[in-house]
Design a binder for this molecule. Structure first.
Ligand code: ATP
Ligand code: MN
Length: 468
């Protein structure tokens, strides 16, 4: 047994080397059978499919198989044979079985199939062993790989923006503070607030909500960059689309105008979806069959369509017209309102029937760094809106004029003293440039067809939830 190297189940299932000996290792999904023969479904994580192990009573007695229960980890040596059973081509006729770890059937939490997703969240340490989470985690890996591939092939450089930051560009209250101060003995500053002079950085610091500002600095040197890292937002919104810790991809490109930015976003998302269909189809089909019967068709349909480009003003008119025709929304619609997910989904799912890139939002509801249009009212923002998701990407052309940028920061109450370095890029060699942020888990929601963002990240962080 020691001399035989281990073969992964994904490779064995493709093998036609019938009659040859193989060693496999994995976790028992089920064992069933009769007095004469036991069938063990073994999974090693390499594929959604199980390998059928056949253990005959001529080789194994009941005592030897007693520990081979659901959840146990075993190694099996056997001969590959063409399967007599339906649904699989190959099976392994076992000659020896070694049990690495037992899983007591009276306490192993994954006994039966069809546990609810809610229950599985409570056992996040074990849920990767289910078919569903195996599929999701493999797809997650492939999507990360696709993203690096897409940008690398187009000459973008992977840029590492910092995770700890002193700038709060997106507005206070959303950031997780980072401190080494003893919270039980906080010193007050003379003018109120907390005295940070003894703190690790000597000033307030926090976990980043976006790598964009630093990404812009890099784009204005390297030309085209992307970041791909964890992002933290202490927003207290317990929705199926928000996490407190999520991963974001933020490309930033010098000389790109808003139209180029839209095209990049569309090409990028389509590339990722095509990649998923090409590389993860077994896992996607599993999710299609068990959770979302339209998944494959929906993914395919995105590839076939050109995303609609629509101004915010026209978007609001369509929504107002829908209201006049009797469609009701929970949140109000008027020019100047921040659109809610229900509005975004109405445009995408009911009105156009395809993804929409909404542009030129009122400047009041968007960030200070977005390029101002000549109308004095709107900025060159672009949100990509997707079926089932709503906003999947948020981006813009950036304001490249120093005076306009500084003035807008002032007006919106952004502490310019903390971002002097950002403003300086507009003083020295400024250039038109654009970028966007894609929430990795929002993309995964779309690609997996899952409906809760807690189910597409291994260990979700949400309000009051940081176990595991
Ligand atoms: P939303 O309006 O959905 O809260 P946002 O406008 O705050 O999103 P941006 O600041 O534009 O989001 O961030 C860029 C992208 O990051 C979003 O389009 C979305 O895909 C993703 N994203 C934002 N917040 C979260 C979150 N809390 N959890 C997961 N993904 C997020
Ligand atoms: Mn946004």
């Amino acid at each position: 047994m020691e001399t035989l190297g281990r073969t992964k189940i994904i490779d064995l299932l493709r093998s036609k080397d019938f009659g040859t000996s193989f060693l496999v290792k994995g976790w028992v999904r089920t064992r069933r059978g009769s007095k004469q023969v036991s069938f063990i479904a073994l999974n090693d994580g390499s594929t959604i499919y199980n390998l059928q192990i056949v253990a005959g009573s001529d080789t194994f007695d009941d005592e030897q198989l007693k520990a081979v229960t659901t959840g146990a980890c075993i190694a099996v040596v056997g001969t590959l044979a063409e399967s007599q059973g339906q649904g699989q081509e190959a099976e392994l006729r076992a000659s020896s079985i070694t049990v690495y770890g037992t899983a007591d059937p009276t306490s192993y939490p994954l006994q039966k199939k069809g546990h609810s997703l809610e229950y599985l969240r409570e056992i996040a340490h074990l849920r990767p062993r289910t078919n569903t989470f195996g599929a999701i985690l493999r797809i997650r890996h492939h999507m990360a790989f696709a993203i690096h591939n897409f940008f690398h092939d187009r000459g973008f450089f992977y840029f590492h923006s910092p995770i700890i930051t002193a700038s709060d560009c997106e507005g206070a209250g959303q950031m997780f503070q980072v401190t080494t101060l003893n919270l039980a003995e906080l010193k007050k500053a003379p003018c109120g607030g907390v005295d940070h002079s003894d703190d690790f950085f000597g000033r307030p610091a926090a976990l980043t909500v976006s790598g964009q500002l630093e990404g812009e600095l890099a784009a204005l040197a390297l030309g085209a960059i992307y970041t791909f890292g964890p992002t933290f937002r202490a927003e207290n919104s317990n929705t199926p689309r928000h996490l407190a810790e999520f991963w974001m991809i933020e490309p930033e490109v010098a000389f790109n105008e808003i139209e180029d930015n839209m095209q990049l976003a569309e090409d990028f998302i389509k590339f990722c979806i095509q990649w998923a269909l090409n590389n993860c189809i077994d896992d996607i089909r599993f999710l299609n069959d068990h959770f979302d019967k339209d998944l494959v068709a929906r993914l395919q349909s995105i590839l076939d369509k050109t995303f609609v480009r629509l101004g915010y003003t026209e978007g609001v008119e369509i929504l107002e017209q829908a209201q006049r025709n009797g469609r009701s929304f929970e949140f109000p619609v008027y020019w100047g309102a921040d659109l809610a997910s229900e509005h975004e989904r109405y445009l995408v799912e009911e009105h156009f029937g395809c993804p929409v890139i909404l542009t030129d939002y009122p400047k009041e509801i968007k960030s200070f760094y977005m390029k101002q249009n000549d109308d004095g009212k709107t900025v060159r923002a672009m949100d990509v809106l997707f079926p089932k998701i709503g906003e999947i990407i948020g981006g813009s052309q950036r304001e490249d004029d120093y005076d306009k940028l500084a003035q807008r920061a002032e007006e919106m109450g952004v502490p310019t003293k903390d971002i002097w370095w950002y403003l300086e890029t507009r003083r020295f060699g400024t250039a038109p440039h654009s970028g966007f942020g894609l929430g990795f888990e929002r993309l995964l929601l779309f690609v997996t067809g899952m409906s809760n963002i807690r189910d597409v990240i291994p260990f979700p962080r949400t309000p009051k939830n940081v176990e595991f």
